[in-house]
Design a protein around this ligand. Sequence first.
Ligand code: AMP
Length: 280
Amino acid sequence: MQILHQITSLRAYLQQQRQSGKTIGFVPTMGNLHQGHLTLVQQARQKCDIVVVSIFVNPTQFGVGEDYDSYPRTLEQDSQLVAQDCDVIFAPSVEEMYGSQPRLTQVLVSEITQDLCGKSRPTHFDGVALVVSKLFNIVRPHYAFFGEKDYQQLAVIRQLVQDLNFPIQIIGVPIVRAEDGLALSSRNGYLTEAQRKIAPTIYQSLQQAKQDLQQNKQSLSKVLAHIREQLNQAGFDVDYIEARTPTLQKIDEFTQDIVIFVAAKLGKPRLIDNLYIAFV
Ligand code: AMP
């Protein structure tokens, strides 16, 4: 496995691979890799000849006062973790990605970026759409892998690929969880030991919601209120709890398949999770 920091070296390597007919799989990350990321990389390995993992803490997707400076940067450890299933790590500097000249181009995906995480992080998805577009142009993969943990992000990427005709197939990968149900996230490392014990309440409350909707036939509004109550009681500062159709349309009643989305702060980190609930 190689670690490349320069766009030109990565392009030269991938050009050769493409010319010899290899399929390229791409997993964009911000590093501090865990089993969630590794599952994406393993899927890429199974489907593609060449696997590229980018590790780049992208400044444009962090808002003012967010954790850009303290975000864990652990390239050496990350490279050991993916070595088996990855051919190239692309780890550019901010300068390499954004250059020193003013940037005048924006990539804005409307509507689906405006609520859920977009409400409290109004510039976040602009930064994501920008960096992913740049990375897609640099890597030019056949397949790109994204986690359903960031469900709204995945929807934004699918929209971007459709609207801008990127010739890339997007593969969504189900959420990887710790044994106690907590969705794995690099930001879980910010939790204190006591908070880490409380954190699985999010998943437990989502599971309870599923049961209350499917088996106990409770109303959606009651179920969402119950999740809020459980999280408040456990000490979370809830950002939002919302039910949407799988394509992120608003919905008031449980009359079709839905996804329930939760974002809540617990101490330093803001944790997000979601659960797909089939209409029965
Ligand atoms: P990040 O490094 O947080 O930007 O995440 C990079 C990619 O890994 C994104 O596509 C995430 O959705 C995905 N990912 C992160 N955590 C998980 C998880 N627990 N399960 C599945 N995918 C994940």
